[in-house]
Design a protein around this ligand. Structure first.
Ligand SMILES: *[C@@H]1O[C@H](CO)[C@@H](O)[C@H](O)[C@H]1NC(C)=O
Ligand SMILES: *[C@@H]1O[C@H](CO)[C@@H](O)[C@H](O)[C@H]1NC(C)=O
Length: 199
């Protein structure tokens, strides 16, 4: 005989919740990993410059609560690029004040400082363009950021035997911008959500 009192119902609900919640929480991470993996796979297939392992290891530490979709992954990629470029500005300033480098290297470092300052401004504009769904503008800006990273690196190669500085920094910014640009393109192909019609 069933006694469906209030207390047994709430006990039932609690049991139900306790089975649903952990399963649900557990499922978020693998699906985000799937999204990151498939995004990195698609981007490394499309661009010869994008390294799959770099992409996955850069994007994987994303806090799960921040991101549930491709737009979110794009935002994180752009934030990473911005954090990297900002960090590199400090690295260059530190190098310039160290008096360790010859005049040629110092000229290159000064050029790089300007290129990185411009790159940061472009990253901020690209971010704004992405959020307001001006995907073409965002893509063009990210290309320009990639050019800035390459140009900085090329400066050092113009003199034979010169030590190539900032190689890792330029590589990181180039990769992160290329990945961002690829994600922006992927997002732009997905139609945006229909507006909420319930109100
Ligand atoms: C994602 O890729 C990483 C590294 O390639 C791998 O270790 C992981 O198992 C993959 N995760 C999923 C959910 O496919
Ligand atoms: C720059 O990017 C690399 C590669 O994703 C990452 O390991 C590093 O932590 C980033 N640095 C900053 C300051 O964000």
């Amino acid at each position: 005989m069933w006694h469906c009192s209030f207390s047994s119902l709430s006990l039932c609900c609690l049991l139900l919740l306790s089975t649903i919640i952990p399963t649900h929480c557990y499922l978020i991470s693998p699906s985000l990993l799937d999204l990151i993996n498939s995004t990195c796979k698609e981007c490394s297939d499309k661009s010869a410059d994008i390294n799959y392992d770099f992409c996955v290891t850069s994007l994987q530490p994303i806090p799960v609560t921040h991101v549930t979709n491709l737009q979110g992954v794009g935002i994180v990629a752009m934030e990473l690029a911005l954090a990297n470029a900002t960090n590199t500005i400090s690295t260059i300033e530190h190098m310039l004040s160290s008096k360790e480098f010859d005049p040629f290297a110092i000229d290159c470092l000064k050029d790089c400082l300007e290129l990185y300052a411009d790159a940061i401004a472009m990253l901020v504009d690209a971010f704004t363009a992405f959020l307001s769904e001006h995907f073409d503008i965002a893509t063009v800006l990210m290309r320009t950021v990639m050019d800035a990273a390459s140009t900085c690196g090329e400066g050092f190669t113009e003199k034979k035997g010169e030590l190539i500085l900032l190689a890792k920094e330029n590589y990181n910014l180039f990769q992160l911008s290329d990945i961002s640009s690829c994600i922006i393109k992927q997002v732009s192909f997905v139609p945006s959500q229909p507006p909420n019609v319930s109100s």
